[in-house]
Design a protein around this ligand. Structure first.
Ligand code: ARG
Length: 461
């Protein structure tokens, strides 16, 4: 940051700003990230001003050329950001005036930093929707590949983290996939509300100049125009909505991470995350830690924190713009960075995951995962479900006592619990029989998993 130069907004003040206050109130340290959007917004504004004869064509061209020069300077690292110019908007405007002289002072006609910053943030967030959506899609594709590959792989499904019924690994992956589908929908949906133009609202009440907001909106690709100037400059609900979407997505990734962490423990040993996604310990030579999922679980709390930060930021603000709003940027940027990084690493990690089918199968064989299948079998033989439930409970207790799975009991042993049981019972007591029988839309049968993957590939393309 360079030493203060002449300020653009201080004529009314007779005393210079306290040096620390200047630094304390500045935002250029973090809002310089908006430079592309700020310049694009100014180019559109100048173009519009010329079209309604507020600027001459020559003035417009000088301003636009100056702004393009500044863009190059910033991109090439030749721009000196100054704390004294407070924020990205005034840094660029001050540089414009320095570059092209008096005509540069006309750019801010019919505009305020209040509608300017709201426009910049909307443009920036809109620009981030596409890369976020594509990283999300990459993760979805990686899940589909695993689901397809492991459509027949059987593991214990859990409720209460206790073995419940066998499920296919592909089906399990498709559960996470479905959650991500809803996340993607939420992103698209909030993208619509981000895409609305605040410029023209000026400071808060609109402007006395005969501006053409429709033209500005078209130039910047906004689908809508904010319909009320006070609302346009003051609300940040679109930032909160985006952060809500991000929080839900991170919540899903965090839950998923929790499973990957458990599954990669020696006690479960269901998956191998690949050395590229783990680290060792500085003291325990045997360790391979699932750092990536752990960190994503941890980063979820940052994103939740940002959401709460933004909600709290807005709750006390009377109309219209208040300086408080400057505090929206750091949580928003942090959420964007965290989300993009998390999605990127997750997609790569899922593409590299190895599934340990034998271990999963052994685990599914313990824990009486096919008990419900036996109950359903008895129901089909005419036993009422509640009675069947009790019969199977007794059979499981017997199995536990003799350290045998239900499929390992003899026909005679099983028949002690119900005379309805015959030799065909063993078809339903196998893991394969159990999953294959759940053969309907949304069920865990390998056939259904393959159909679900095919449907998903269709809708993703
Ligand atoms: N840096 C400010 C922000 O981020 C820009 C708008 C300031 N407007 C004002 N009237 N002080 O919100």
């Amino acid at each position: 940051m360079t030493a203060p130069s002449k300020k653009l907004s201080s004529a009314r003040l007779t005393q210079p700003t306290n040096a620390f206050v200047e630094e304390f109130t500045a935002s250029v340290q973090f809002d310089q990230r908006l430079f592309r959007q700020d310049i694009a917004g100014s180019i559109a504004h100048a173009t519009m001003l010329a079209s309604v004869d507020i600027l001459s064509d020559q003035e417009r061209d000088q301003i636009i050329n100056g702004l393009k020069t500044i863009l190059t300077e910033i991109e090439e690292g030749n721009f000196e950001w100054s704390i004294a110019q407070e924020d990205v908007h005034m840094n660029i405007e001050a540089r414009l005036i320095a570059l092209i002289g008096e005509v540069g002072k006309k750019l801010h006609t019919g505009r305020s930093r209040n509608d300017q910053v709201a426009t910049d943030v909307r443009l920036y967030l809109r620009d981030m929707v596409t890369p976020i959506a594509s990283e999300l899609k990459r993760l979805q594709m990686a899940l589909l590949d695993v689901a397809e590959r492991e459509a027949e792989t059987i593991l214990p499904g859990f409720t209460h983290l206790q073995t419940a019924q066998p499920v296919t690994f592909g089906h399990h992956m498709m559960a996470w996939y479905e959650m991500l589908v809803r996340d993607a929908e939420r992103l698209t949906d909030c993208g619509k509300r981000i895409n609305s133009l605040p410029l023209g609202a000026a400071a808060l009440a609109g402007t006395t100049f005969a501006i053409d907001r429709k033209m500005t909106a078209e130039l910047l690709g906004f689908e809508r125009i904010c319909q009320n100037s006070l609302d346009a400059v003051s609300d940040r609900d679109f930032v909160i909505e985006f952060n809500s979407f991000a929080s839900l997505l991170m919540m899903h990734l965090s839950r998923f991470s929790e499973e990957l962490i458990i599954w990669s423990s020696a006690q479960f040993d269901f998956v191998d995350l690949g050395d590229a996604f783990c680290t060792g310990s500085s003291i325990m030579p045997q360790k391979k830690n699932p750092d990536v999922p752990e960190l994503i679980r941890g980063k979820t709390s940052r994103v939740y924190g940002n959401l709460f930060n933004l909600l709290t930021l807005m709750k006390n603000q009377p109309l219209a713009y208040n300086k408080d709003n400057q505090e929206d940027k750091e949580p928003l940027f942090d959420t964007i960075d965290t989300l993009l990084g998390s999605l990127r690493v997750y997609a790569d990690m899922m593409a590299a995951i190895t599934v340990k089918a034998d271990n999963m199968r052994q685990a599914a064989l313990r824990g009486y995962a096919t008990a419900t299948d036996l109950a359903d079998y008895l129901v089909r033989k005419g036993v009422a479900f509640r009675d069947a439930h009790e019969v199977v409970g007794l059979a499981v207790a017997f199995g536990i006592e003799h350290n045998k799975d239900l499929s390992e009991l003899s026909l005679e042993e099983l028949q002690n619990f119900s005379a309805q049981i015959s030799a065909d019972v063993f078809d339903v007591l196998t893991l394969e029989g159990s999953v294959a029988a759940r053969d309907h839309l949304g069920g865990t049968a390998p056939k259904q998993v393959k159909l679900a993957v095919a449907r998903a590939r269709q809708s993703l393309s």
